[in-house]
Design a protein around this ligand. Sequence first.
Ligand SMILES: Nc1ncnc2c1ncn2[C@@H]1O[C@H](COP(=O)(O)OP(=O)(O)OP(=O)(O)O)[C@@H](O)[C@H]1O
Length: 302
Amino acid sequence: MTIALDIQAVSKRFGALTALDQVSLSVEAGEFFALLGPNGAGKTTLISCMAGLSRPDSGHIRVMGHDVQHDYRAARRALGVVPQELVFDPFFTVRESLVFQSGYFGLKHNDNWIDEILHKLGLTSKANANMRALSGGMKRRVMVAQALVHRPPVIVLDEPTAGVDVELRQSLWVFIQELNRAGHTIVLTTHYLEEAETLCNRIAMLKAGRVIALEDKATLLGQGSARRDIMLRLDPPGLPPALEPLLLRREGSKVWLRLADIDQLGGVLAQVQAAGARVRDFEVVELDLEQVFVARMQGKEA
Ligand SMILES: Nc1ncnc2c1ncn2[C@@H]1O[C@H](COP(=O)(O)OP(=O)(O)OP(=O)(O)O)[C@@H](O)[C@H]1O
């Protein structure tokens, strides 16, 4: 097992503000990992520390075994970061930007790979356009291309799909999944939780600089556990008192109940029947990442 990204007890303060508070997590090579958290949680600060752009006050970070401070060049080579902000030289064409970026990593003959990235990101027709003439979405594609120019084994994407159209989102994810299948480790931050749910296999949630969840997606979503939330629409409305302890919420004639084990279902239905009510509608409620996220941010279980 190779650890692609090893973050140990990283703290970072800006004056009185603690942006990162003893953050520890590690990502195995080949994982598709999501780093989630509300605005200001510390995601970008952590990414800046990974990229060596910001120095933690304490703790250490290794990328493919290379310490980002003591072995900066090797660590930087192992990492491709797609930044949240659009940073580019307005006087370069798209291709020139990529050639320049290759040079930064000491790569001289990189044209075939540059052509491939341009193609995969739908940028071929813009290769000779000036950066300043591109639309925001096109510039974002170039940010992705720049991060990939040196074929880094670890790719970190900081909200890569913020403000991009549906078509790019889809083609970007196809490409990133291809890179993941080819063995690249992917770390993604996004506010589109359904993206994280679809793409990632492990998820960390940050809140106010602390890791508050670090789990497999399936575990986080309660898959594999016997616990189930169900919805019943009862006629007449009203829950038998014996079932009140299971009640999560009610809305009109609908009630949502939490069963510690799906085996309780038979007993619940029997009690409803014994109370003279009929079940008009029934649903097993699947958790989604958004519900889990909101609950965890409020300090509750979903
Ligand atoms: N250079 C800085 N100087 C002072 N405070 C900073 C600096 N950079 C970040 N912060 C603060 O650190 C905290 C974490 O910010 P960060 O950008 O890492 O959050 P984030 O999780 O990436 O948020 P978002 O989802 O909005 O991108 C915020 O309160 C932010 O205001």
